[in-house]
Ligand binder design. Structure first.
Ligand SMILES: C[S@@+](CC[C@H](N)C(=O)[O-])C[C@H]1O[C@@H](n2cnc3c(N)ncnc32)[C@H](O)[C@@H]1O
Length: 286
């Protein structure tokens, strides 16, 4: 539509509906709408409480536009920290300038487990360059969405429960296992903002009684899939980090916790056997 700024009336409607960044949203909606009728439809969906990303059909993540379909988990800005840490680990594992951690000069294998839209793998490919990207999710809608996003990075997306759908040939070859699994404790789901609670699937949010059910399952199998010196990275809240790190240690991974004030998030990073090749600044060993 027109490149003129959004009207004051549109901004006021969004603000009245509780949109905190009404001006920005109005601009995005206007620039995405093909004509006034479709703008009105989009505005009504937004005012009815649909997440902006579903209305637009994309989310901004690590400076990229990631396609996001209805009900698929919207990638959060905080997850950029996980991407940056993974990129740093891959660089640290490289053999030479610009090289990344694949064996014998081959691109490193990256597995985006619980991939949702595939945002983590796509962003990592954009930052690091040449990676051998695999992704998996149990939700068919997420898999459809991720396939569109990872195609440009040459990645492959599998549907099924955690590692079950993956090719056996990947065992022992994964350099980065990024698993932003659901980690909200069941009883905290009701306190989530309505945009998440009402529009994203429970399977994308609910991590069981303490939020760590899926994380524990991923960590328990990780050493079968990681290459020596490879890393598992998961997001957690502050209270979950220590128990998750202890679980990592019980399952053959050397854990550490990395926190970021900038992104307001905490990661647990586990390194499997072999030499600990990637060390990350600003982290504490547990
Ligand atoms: C918190 S979302 C994260 C999505 C994406 N990684 C991101 O950061 O935007 C968690 C994802 O895990 C998937 N998931 C939950 N349980 C799973 C399982 N048992 N196997 C595979 N995927 C699962 C959900 O469908 C959802 O897409």
């Amino acid at each position: 539509m027109s490149t003129a700024g959004p009207s004051a009336a549109l901004i006021a409607r969004l603000r009245a509906a509780g949109c905190v960044f009404a001006e920005d949203e109005a601009r995005l909606l206007q620039s995405s709408a093909a004509d006034p009728a479709s703008l009105e439809t989009m505005v009504q969906r937004r005012i009815a409480g649909e997440p902006l990303e579903y209305v637009l059909g994309w989310a901004e993540f690590c400076g990229l536009r990631i396609a996001v379909d209805a009900a698929v988990f919207v990638p959060r800005q905080r997850t950029e920290f996980l991407v940056r840490q993974a990129a740093e680990l891959l660089r640290a594992a490289g053999d030479g300038p610009g090289a990344t951690g694949g064996p014998a000069g081959r691109p490193p294998v990256v597995l985006d487990m619980c991939c949702g839209s595939g945002a983590i793998g796509v962003a990592l490919a954009a930052i690091v360059g040449d990676i051998d990207l695999y992704a998996a999710d149990v939700d068919p809608a997420a898999v459809r969405c991720a396939r569109r996003n990872v195609a440009a990075a040459g990645g492959r997306v599998f549907q099924g429960d955690l590692f079950e759908p993956l090719p056996a040939a990947l065992r022992g070859r994964v350099e980065i296992l990024a698993a932003n699994a659901p980690y909200v404790p069941t009883e905290a789901i009701g306190m989530m903002p309505p945009e998440a609670r009402l529009h994203e699937r429970l399977v994308a949010l609910d991590g069981g009684w303490d939020g760590l059910d899926v994380v524990r399952r991923v960590a328990a199998e990780a050493q079968d899939w990681l290459a020596p010196g490879g890393h598992l990275l998961v997001e957690a809240n502050e209270r979950q980090a220590s128990p998750a790190a202890e679980w990592f240690a019980r399952n053959g991974l050397t854990p550490r916790i990395a926190s970021s004030e900038e992104f307001g998030t905490t990661l647990v990073i586990g390194t499997f056997g072999g030499p600990v090749r990637g060390t990350v600044s600003g982290t504490a060993q547990v």
